[in-house]
Design a protein around this ligand. Structure first.
Ligand code: C2E
Ligand code: CA
Ligand code: CA
Length: 576
């Protein structure tokens, strides 16, 4: 069984449908035979009535001239039969050619009709030619067969591969037949390979294939399970012919139980387990690529969760978790390999004089495209990696400051660094930033820490303590995204910050209605009453600057006067 193609009828059907194996239609065979007989009849007729003339394009042509045309047509039919219908075509051709021999022998040797002589030899030569064509074609066909089987079959286990799965799914979708796609991954297979060697690993993979193929052969009530191997220790089941989704769960459970039975190889017992991710057509999606993705997502999720439950059905939520895990992996990689970098976005006073820059974390994907901070910062917050992000950006910002101060020691440039509330509350935070400032010999007065206003609600007392410490070191403190949280005036009053950053959402609306403008004006006034400077974020056009100038806003940050830029560009910008 080992090296044979499994999952019987379906795999045969897939092979049949593959363009390489497409058979010529039966009707063509009959047509060729009829055409051959007609052509032969034409040849005989033309040679027997050779002296009769036929008028063609104002020329008188003897009938005998057409004998060659008919005979060539007959030969083409013979060649087509051999090429298109292989063995059957070859046998038919041989029979057709051989039946002419008695007539030719009588004509040549008994009637001494010399005109049949060329026909006799032509028949022999045609037989030689088609035999050569047939033998050669048979060789090519065999190669084609091998190639085709390799294209759909996994060599080690003899199971169909991923391509075969796609073909089968295409077929099921075409017939609008519902099916379940189950992605399977053996647990801890790597440790079997590492400890017992690859040969044992291969035996395990083959044994799994054998068990599951045998089980799939026992399915009843029209249910069919197509077992395939996708790669290394990944398999796939395609279950079709069921009526209720519950049946799928039961079938998967049967495959799981079958797998978990003791397996003995070379006298050693193994207890193999696997995780299963299930998705269903058309319940989850109509698209085959999506179904592959969903089954894999469910599989990864059940693996990630660990525990003893090895089967999971796809749910849309899983994709979000998948994405989170993927982003976390990328972020970890970027942090470990110093690939996390930063951009600097300029901030100006209302007269367009440079105040400083906000440092913004940046990360690239493996294909070079940017991953937005709005994607990786929340993941960093969730996974606790935000501390490392903040500190990395902080250090890059301080490095940048040291470059600026080297060029102009009297510079009063300010760099604003975002610090997550969670990070700020950790005791290690102060030591970390102090260490960096000492390392680069940078006065704390050049640094501003941006904290979102949620800090005032979550943990006011501890936050106040921290902020006092920062201010004690000489740093500035800004309240980021002001207006989006719920800070009350009383909180704001007791919060010793230097700068209020009005959130972009208010700036966007400011010039659309009088009330929105009045709202921004009120924030600016309150900020000034409480002794804060006020900066507007996300300013995108001159008309907004005009309004902000009238309202009395102190600073501007936005695409209108400067987008986030690299540290090199920022350095050039400072000294231009
Ligand atoms: P944020 O602190 O509110 O940063 C301002 C965001 O607005 C930046 O997006 C900036 O590129 C964008 N922006 C500035 N001007 C304009 C404008 O005129 N139009 C538009 N459409 N957008 C503008 P970015 O860089 O995508 O950062 C998103 C958020 O990620 C930041 O919002 C901040 O909350 C967070 N973040 C970025 N870097 C860090 C970091 O190092 N640590 C922490 N904890 N958070 C960070
Ligand atoms: Ca910010
Ligand atoms: Ca902001």
């Amino acid at each position: 069984m080992g090296d044979q193609l499994r999952s019987g009828k379906q795999i045969d059907k897939i092979l049949r449908d593959l363009s390489l194996k497409k058979e010529a239609p039966k009707s063509g065979y009959i047509l060729l035979v009829l055409l051959y007989i007609l052509a032969m009849a034409g040849t005989v007729f033309a040679s027997r009535n050779g002296s009769r003339m036929i008028s063609l394009f104002e020329n008188q042509i003897p009938f005998s001239a057409f004998a060659g045309v008919f005979s060539s047509l007959a030969n083409i039919c013979i060649i087509c039969l051999v090429v298109l219908y292989r063995k059957v075509g070859f046998s038919t051709s041989l029979i057709l050619l051989c039946t002419q021999f008695p007539m030719l022998v009588v004509n040549v040797f008994i009637r001494h009709n010399a005109s049949s002589f060329p026909g006799f030899f032509m028949n022999i030569l045609t037989i030689v030619a088609i035999t050569l064509i047939y033998l050669n074609h048979r060789k090519i066909y065999k190669y084609q067969q091998v190639l085709k089987e390799q294209a759909i079959k996994d060599r080690l286990t003899g199971l169909p591969n991923r391509f075969a799965c796609t073909e089968l799914m295409n077929d099921l979708v075409k017939n609008d037949e519902k099916f379940a796609l189950v992605s399977v991954d053996l647990n801890d297979f790597k440790s079997i390979n590492d400890t017992m060697g690859h040969d044992t690993g291969n035996e395990v993979l083959k044994a799994v294939a054998d068990r599951w193929t045998a089980l799939s052969d026992t399915m009843q009530d029209g249910i069919s399970v197509f077992v395939a191997r996708i790669s290394a220790d990944e398999y796939m089941l395609i279950i079709s012919g069921y009526s209720l989704s519950d049946e799928v769960d039961k079938i998967v459970l049967r495959f799981k139980n079958e797998l978990e039975k003791k397996l003995t190889i070379d006298g050693c017992d193994y207890f193999i387990t696997a995780c299963f991710g299930i998705t269903e057509y058309p319940r989850d999606d109509n698209n085959i690529d999506s179904l592959f993705l969903f089954a894999d997502a469910a599989l990864h999720e059940v693996k990630r969760l660990g525990g003893i439950n090895y089967i999971m059905r796809f749910k849309p939520d899983i994709l979000n978790t998948e994405k989170l895990v993927e982003t976390e992996r990328k972020l970890r990689y970027a942090l470990d390999n110093k690939k996390l970098f930063f951009n600097l976005q300029p901030q100006f006073d209302i007269n367009h004089k440079l105040r400083g820059f906000e440092a913004l974390a940046r990360m690239r994907d493996s294909d070079g495209t940017y991953i937005s901070p709005s994607e990786f910062i929340p993941v960093a917050e969730k996974t606790g990696l935000i501390d490392r992000v903040d500190i990395r950006v902080f250090e890059l910002a301080v490095q940048f400051l040291s470059d600026v101060l080297r060029g102009d020691k009297d510079s009063d440039l300010i760099i604003s660094c975002n610090v997550s509330v969670k990070h700020l509350m950790k005791n290690s935070f102060m030591d970390e930033i102090k260490g960096i400032l000492v390392k680069y010999q940078i006065p704390a007065s050049h640094i501003e820490v941006e904290i979102t206003e949620s800090i005032m609600i979550d943990s006011m007392d501890k936050a106040l303590e921290r902020i006092d410490e920062l201010k004690g070191m000489g740093m500035k403190v800004a309240i980021d995204d002001f207006g989006t949280g719920y800070s009350s005036l009383s909180y704001l009053n007791s919060f010793p910050s230097d700068l209020l950053k009005i959130d972009k959402s208010f700036i966007d609306l400011m010039n659309t209605s009088e009330s929105s403008k009045q709202y921004v004006a009120a924030i600016v006034t309150i900020g000034h009453v409480l002794n804060f400077s006020v900066i507007s974020e996300g300013v995108e056009d001159e008309s907004q600057i005009e309004t902000l100038r009238k309202i009395g806003c102190d600073y501007i940050q936005g695409y209108v006067w400067g987008r986030p830029m690299s540290a090199d560009d920022a350095l050039e910008f400072v000294f231009s």
